[in-house]
Design a protein around this ligand. Structure first.
Ligand SMILES: Nc1ncnc2c1ncn2[C@@H]1O[C@H](COP(=O)(O)OP(=O)(O)OP(=O)(O)O)[C@@H](O)[C@H]1O
Length: 271
């Protein structure tokens, strides 16, 4: 039997006396879309860093396609937390995508027809072919996000990690970005871990949800995790999950202080 794309087994992560999460178990199969939700500071980005081999677990194991997590794994595509690219950056959209193929080497890859075809195919697939030769810093936030997703996918990863890819995008670009990631997992069988505070744009696509809060986690279908009793239990205070016209609204999330972060009323976001 083949290995799952991602297997996290009995994993715990602490920084000093502070425990982010413990005894975390998660299996992600090819093509699965898992939304990673939770309070600010609950350890979502740290989880991605563990999978990327950039952060050691306190205990437990993490394997990608049966092999231990390691830095620079070609099995993983990564869309880091969004920062606008400086308008003066002298890179075209196609150069940024090319970095996904050979960015670990010094300089921009040597042109060759195969490399170019692959980059063009990815730009086309994400709907960015029309601005392939434009400086990436002059593209809109949504356009830059398409190019970043193309960069993360160009090497054909088994696992795509997206860290808040919807941040500062307008509702239309949020929907387009999630649809694009969804299309990639369907056509390429790429498994997806999608960290977001904006639950509603991912609701149509998420097979499962991993929710982190207060040092705990819950994993399951949207219905199993995003309900009043589960979230009230995790936050140890009454939290109400309201469903209306296919959207989810979460009311009563506690204001968290210090390292726990602050209120995450993500459900009030985009349509
Ligand atoms: N290397 C480190 N050393 C010490 N503390 C760290 C380290 N990395 C992260 N932390 C702390 O761990 C906590 C979790 O951080 P992380 O970025 O994983 O949270 P998050 O859930 O992604 O938060 P947000 O939703 O606000 O982006 C934070 O309080 C952060 O300061």
């Amino acid at each position: 039997m083949s290995s799952p794309t991602l297997k996290i087994h009995d994993a715990s992560l602490s920084f000093g006396a502070r425990r982010l999460w413990s005894h975390l178990n998660l299996l992600v199969e090819p093509g699965e879309f898992v939304a990673v939700l939770g309070a600010n500071g609950s350890g979502k980005t740290s989880l991605l860093r563990v999978i990327l081999g950039e952060q050691r677990l306190t205990s437990g194991t993490v394997a990608i396609a049966g092999r231990p997590a390691r830095r620079g794994s070609g099995e993983i595509g990564y869309v880091p937390q969004q920062r606008r690219v400086d308008p003066l950056t002298p890179l075209r959209a196609r150069d940024l995508v090319g970095l996904g193929l050979d960015g670990h080497r010094w300089g921009i890859g040597w042109p060759n027809p195969g490399r170019r075809r692959r980059i063009d195919a990815l730009l086309d697939r994400v709907g960015a072919a029309g601005y392939a030769d434009r400086p990436v810093g002059l593209l809109s936030g949504g356009e830059q996000q398409r190019v970043r997703i193309a960069q993360a996918l160009v090497a054909g990863p088994r696992l795509l990690l997206c860290d808040e890819p919807l941040l500062s995008l307008d509702p239309q670009s949020q929907s387009a970005t999630t649809a694009l990631v969804d299309q990639s997992r369907r056509t390429g069988d790429t498994a997806v871990l999608f960290v977001t505070h904006e639950i509603n744009p991912v609701l149509p696509y998420a097979d499962r949800v991993l929710y982190l809060a207060g040092g705990q986690f819950r994993a399951g279908t949207v219905d199993e995790v995003l309900n009043s009793s589960t979230l009230s239990e995790m936050y140890r205070t009454p939290v109400e999950v309201i469903r209306s016209h296919g959207r989810i609204l979460v009311a009563g999330l506690p204001e968290m202080s210090g390292h726990e972060g602050h209120e995450t009323n993500y459900a009030l976001g985009a349509p």
